[in-house]
Each structure stands twice: as structure tokens, then as C-alpha cells.
Design a protein around this ligand. Structure first.
Ligand SMILES: NC(=O)c1ccc[n+]([C@@H]2O[C@H](COP(=O)([O-])OP(=O)(O)OC[C@H]3O[C@@H](n4cnc5c(N)ncnc54)[C@H](O)[C@@H]3O)[C@@H](O)[C@H]2O)c1
Ligand SMILES: O=C(O)[C@H](O)COP(=O)(O)O
Length: 526
């Protein structure tokens, strides 16, 4: 049975799902060295933001197949290191969207009305109605930096509260911003005009210290800034100074450059600053959502199925996956088959996406073809995550072509592998939506479902050849399950595809090529 390590607090709903297929150990608060010591025993690691999964941990995780982040941000995972090792990294892109958006909105209202400090003063026995006079958000301008999932929900609620909406997001179209009711502006204008600035962007090299002394200087003295995205997007020292010097009216932070927050000037600020301990996703609802979402993906990957929200498998989002799923198996099978026919070292793989597959969306089929091609060499070490890297390291050139005009089947795939021993090609399609059929081998039309053990011959189409091959295999006790010949012209060259019940015993391939009229023979195991 597989083993899963859960190293951060995860809702029980997730643990229950994992327990269906694995032994689950929950060990939270581990130090890096402790994690390195035990990670080698586990097939999967499930985390939140509390565990930093470094390259060292990934190297020690010799059995690891998947790292599941029960939340959005994977900045605490060395994703490139995981990719190099073929480890799938998944997250829950939407499970805590509402929770994070509501936290940012709660921060905005709390800042405006000094709720935390007013509450604390009443609890101290005071009744101070002067100090805590606030400001309304109605008719004020909110500047949303990052108009993605969380930013858009913040926008919808802010609009309903009567706020004017500005947004800065270089990757969003004007049409999309208009749909949300936001005016897209550049960062400078947003910083200058907004009364409330709220950050909803990932932390990347470009966004690190995006908000610094220079940008803060552009804000109105009455403006406030909220960060429920990632620590480090704001330069904390510059922010504390700007508040202390009265250059801006305040800030609310849920995330920090270093967590837990240690010694910091931010802690000495008064009611102008509200600090929460990374609580954006901490609602009961969000924790159930993300735990179920990620546990299901870990379960699927451990069962050999693809994950719907893998962050290191390009182009394999849930919608694409649903559409392409049946074709992924076709691509892998064809890749595996053409690799075995080519034998030796493959130098070029050409994948032609045909018919309705001739679109950008089908790109994952190229990766699946490569995975199939590399299967003989790498077995389970190759997967959708590392197939591209492995191919590159082996010097395999991958060419993707498209031909929408091929309409023999709704969609079909043609793979051609050129290697040290020559060139071979296979084409396949799906019948009845799921059943894989080989429709062409080396340019000869056939129509056979691939089976586990097969023999292919290239021969002269002439009387008696099928009988001779049948008797030869029979004399070695090889049982033929099915046989089909593909030819272009009568008595010309032809291809024979035989499905056999067991692997072809050693030495028989050479005997087959001695049969008069047979030029070449190949055996494959799929
Ligand atoms: N505090 C919490 O507990 C909590 C909870 C959930 C998410 N988050 C964080 O919130 C952030 C947003 O999450 P999301 O789900 O909305 O992500 P998302 O991917 O849906 O949206 C991010 C948006 O940022 C934009 N963006 C990227 N780089 C940018 C840049 N340099 N300048 C401006 N815009 C840029 C993108 O175009 C995108 O529209 C992430 O950092 C996530 O980790 C925090
Ligand atoms: O990226 C996220 O999903 C949030 O930062 C939540 O982090 P958490 O799971 O540690 O609460």
C-alpha cells in the first residue's frame, strides 16, 4: 500500500480520502532535517504553507510521486526540482478563493473602522468613541493589483458596496476588466488614485518588493494598503516607515516576508496597522474544499491516473484533461509502439495531430507520445511531468505538426520515429470514443486494436506466407490471437500485425525473417 505524509494541518475530509488508497501519517511541525530523514518512505507529501519543500527534501524523497499543496500558492515548493525528478506538484486553485477575498475585504473594513483596536479598548474597560472615528468605503476608490480569481471576487463585492474600481494586471484584457466592472490602469496611477489598495498577485521575482518606498510615496496620505497575497510583495521596512511618518494612513497584512512574523517594526504600529497570522484561507469551508480537492488528486496519481490541477504539467488543466483523456492513452500507446519498432536510439519524433486534434489544446498529446516513447528506457520513471526534460537530455528532437484536413476519423495521431536503425511510423484513432485502433503502420493501412504482445512483419504479399508464419509460430507453441495484413497494392509490399497471447520467445524473431518473402520482423510489448 502507498504511504502519504501529511506535514501541515489538513481537514479530516482529505485524510479520509487518502486513507482509501494509502497509509496516512500526519506529522506536523517537522523541522527540515526531520522531514529529510523520513521522506524517503513516502509516495506522496501533502502540505499547506507551513512546510517548505526544498530541493534537499525532494532529493531525499526517492519514492515521491506527488506533492499536494492544499491551497493555492506553491512558492514554498521547489517546483523545478520536483519537475526534474518527475514528481507531480498539484494545488487547489479555487478551493480558498472566497475565503481569501473575504479576508481582504474584512481587513479593508476593519482598517476603516478600527475594529480590532476598538474591540480591544472596550475589553480593557474603556468607552472611547473619539479615537475610533472611521471612514466609509462607499464612493471611495479601491485599487486591485492582480485581477485573477481572488481579485475578481474582491471587485464584485467592492462594487456592490458602491466603490469605484481600478485594477492593475498586465495579463488581463480590457474586455475582461470591463466585464468585472474595473478600469485597467497602470500601477503608478492606481497607487496615486486609490483610497484602498489590495494585492492579489503571486510572489515572483517581478512582484518581490513591487510595493517599496518609491511606490508607497505615490499613495495619498489618507490611503490604506492590504496584503492578503504573499509576504515580500511589500517591502515591510519601507511600509512601517511610511505609516510611522504619516505618509499613508495604514495597512493590513495577513502575510509576511518571513513567517511566523518575528521581530518587526510592524508590531509596534498602532491602530493604523492590522496584522493577522496568514488566515486568508482559514475558514472551515475553504479547508474542507482544499483538503478534498488535493486529496482526490493525490489518490488519483497514486492509482496511476492524471491529476486535474498539476502546476508542473503544462496545458493539462481540468477542462483540457477531460476532453483529451481518451486520446492521452492513444498517444502513449503509439509512442511506446513506434519507439519499439524504431529500436536503437531515437533521434527525432514527429507527432502529427490530425483532424479535430489539430489545435493548440492538443499539445499535451505530444507530451503523452514522448512519455510512451521513453517508456522502454525509463519505465515508471518517465511521466507527464518530466517527459520533455528526459527527451531533451537524450537529444531527442520533437517536431509537432498539425493537419486538420485528415478526416478518416474525428481525430487521429500519426507518430514517426527516426533513429539509428531507420524510420518507422504508426497512426491511431479512437473508435466508439474510447477504443484504441492502429490504423496505419509504416504507411500500410490496417485496423487493429493494439494488444499486449504483438509481432509486425514487413513482407512481400504472396501466396502461402501467412500459412508459413502461422506454422512457424505454432511449432514454437506461440498462440496467435488475431492477424491482419495491410497492403497498398496486390502482391506488393505489405505489413502483417499479429496479436499473440504471450511474449515471443527469444530467438524466434530471427527465424521469422528467414521465411521467404519476409524482409523484417519486429516484436513489441505494450
Ligand atoms: N492569505 C492567504 O491565505 C491566501 C489564500 C489564497 C491565496 N493567496 C494568494 O493570493 C494570490 C492571488 O491568488 P489567486 O487565486 O487570485 O491567483 P490568480 O492566479 O487567479 O490571480 C493572480 C493574478 O495576478 C496577475 N499578475 C501576475 N503577475 C502580476 C504582476 N506582476 N502585476 C500585476 N498582476 C500580476 C495575474 O495576471 C492574475 O490575474 C496568490 O499569491 C495566492 O498565493 C493567499
Ligand atoms: O496560498 C494559499 O492557498 C494560502 O496562502 C493559504 O495558505 P495556508 O494553506 O497555509 O492557509
Amino acid at each position: 500500500m502507498s504511504k502519504v505524509l501529511v506535514s501541515d494541518p489538513i481537514d479530516q475530509a482529505g485524510i479520509d480520502i487518502l486513507s482509501q488508497v494509502a497509509t496516512v501519517d500526519v506529522k506536523t511541525g517537522l523541522k527540515s532535517a526531520e522531514l529529510i530523514e523520513i521522506i524517503g518512505d513516502y509516495d506522496a507529501l501533502m502540505i499547506r504553507s507551513g512546510t517548505r519543500v526544498t530541493e534537499e527534501i525532494i532529493e531525499a524523497g526517492t519514492q515521491l510521486k506527488i506533492i499536494g499543496r492544499a491551497g493555492v500558492g506553491v512558492d514554498n515548493v521547489d517546483v523545478p526540482a520536483a519537475t526534474r525528478k518527475g514528481i507531480v506538484v498539484v494545488n487547489s486553485p479555487e478551493g480558498n478563493t472566497i475565503a481569501a477575498a473575504e479576508h481582504a475585504l474584512a481587513m479593508m473594513l476593519s482598517l476603516s473602522r478600527h475594529i480590532p483596536d476598538a474591540n480591544a479598548s472596550v475589553k480593557r474597560g474603556e468607552w472611547d468613541r473619539k479615537t475610533f472615528v472611521g471612514a466609509e468605503v462607499y464612493k471611495k476608490t479601491i485599487g486591485i493589483v492582480g485581477l485573477g480569481k481572488i481579485g475578481s471576487h474582491v471587485a464584485a463585492v467592492a462594487k456592490a458596496m458602491g466603490m469605484k474600481l481600478l485594477a492593475y494586471d498586465p495579463f488581463i484584457s480590457n474586455e475582461r476588466a470591463e466585464q468585472i466592472g474595473c478600469q485597467l490602469v497602470d500601477l503608478d496611477l492606481l497607487m496615486q488614485q486609490a483610497d484602498y489598495i489590495t494585492l492579489h498577485i503571486p510572489k515572483t521575482p517581478e512582484t518581490t518588493h513591487l510595493i517599496n518606498a518609491k511606490t508607497l510615496a505615490k499613495m495619498k496620505p489618507t490611503a490604506r494598503i492590504i496584503n492578503c497575497a504573499r509576504g515580500g510583495i511589500i517591502d515591510e521596512a519601507a511600509l512601517a516607515a511610511a505609516i510611522k511618518e504619516g505618509k499613508i494612513a495604514g495597512a493590513a497584512l495577513d502575510v509576511f516576508e518571513s513567517e511566523p512574523l518575528g521581530e518587526s517594526d510592524l508590531r509596534s504600529l498602532g491602530k493604523e496597522a492590522i496584522l493577522t497570522p496568514h488566515l486568508g484561507a482559514s475558514t472551515t469551508e475553504a479547508q474542507v474544499n482544499v483538503a478534498i480537492d488535493v486529496a482526490e488528486q493525490i489518490r488519483d496519481v497514486l492509482l496511476g491516473l492524471p491529476a486535474r490541477s498539476a502546476v508542473n504539467i503544462p496545458g493539462l488543466g481540468p477542462d483540457v484533461l477531460e476532453e483529451l483523456k481518451p486520446y492521452m492513452q492513444l498517444a502513449e500507446t503509439l509512442g511506446n509502439l513506434v519507439g519499439q519498432l524504431a529500436g536503437g536510439r531515437v533521434e527525432t519524433l514527429t507527432v502529427r495531430l490530425q483532424g479535430e486534434l489539430a489545435t493548440n489544446k492538443s499539445q499535451p498529446l505530444v507530451v503523452a507520445s514522448l512519455k510512451g516513447l521513453l517508456h522502454q528506457a525509463l519505465r515508471e520513471r518517465v511521466n507527464y511531468v518530466n517527459a520533455n526534460i528526459e527527451a531533451k537530455e537524450r537529444g531527442i528532437r520533437v517536431i509537432e505538426t498539425r493537419d486538420a484536413s485528415v478526416r478518416d476519423y474525428a481525430g487521429s495521431l500519426r507518430l514517426e520515429a527516426t533513429g539509428t536503425l531507420g524510420t518507422h511510423s504508426v497512426t491511431g484513432a479512437l473508435l466508439g470514443e474510447k477504443e484504441i485502433h492502429l490504423t496505419d503502420v509504416d504507411g500500410f493501412p490496417i485496423n487493429v486494436p493494439p494488444s499486449k504482445h504483438m509481432v509486425f512483419t514487413l513482407h512481400r504479399d504472396m501466396p502461402g506466407i501467412i500459412g508459413k508464419l502461422g506454422s512457424l509460430l505454432g511449432s514454437f507453441n506461440v498462440n496467435i490471437a488475431s492477424m491482419q495484413v495491410g497492403r497498398k497494392i496486390v502482391r506488393g509490399d505489405a505489413v502483417m500485425a499479429l496479436s499473440i497471447d504471450d511474449p515471443l520467445p527469444d530467438g524466434i524473431l530471427a527465424e521469422i525473417t528467414k521465411v521467404q518473402g519476409i524482409r523484417d520482423a519486429y516484436t513489441v510489448t505494450l
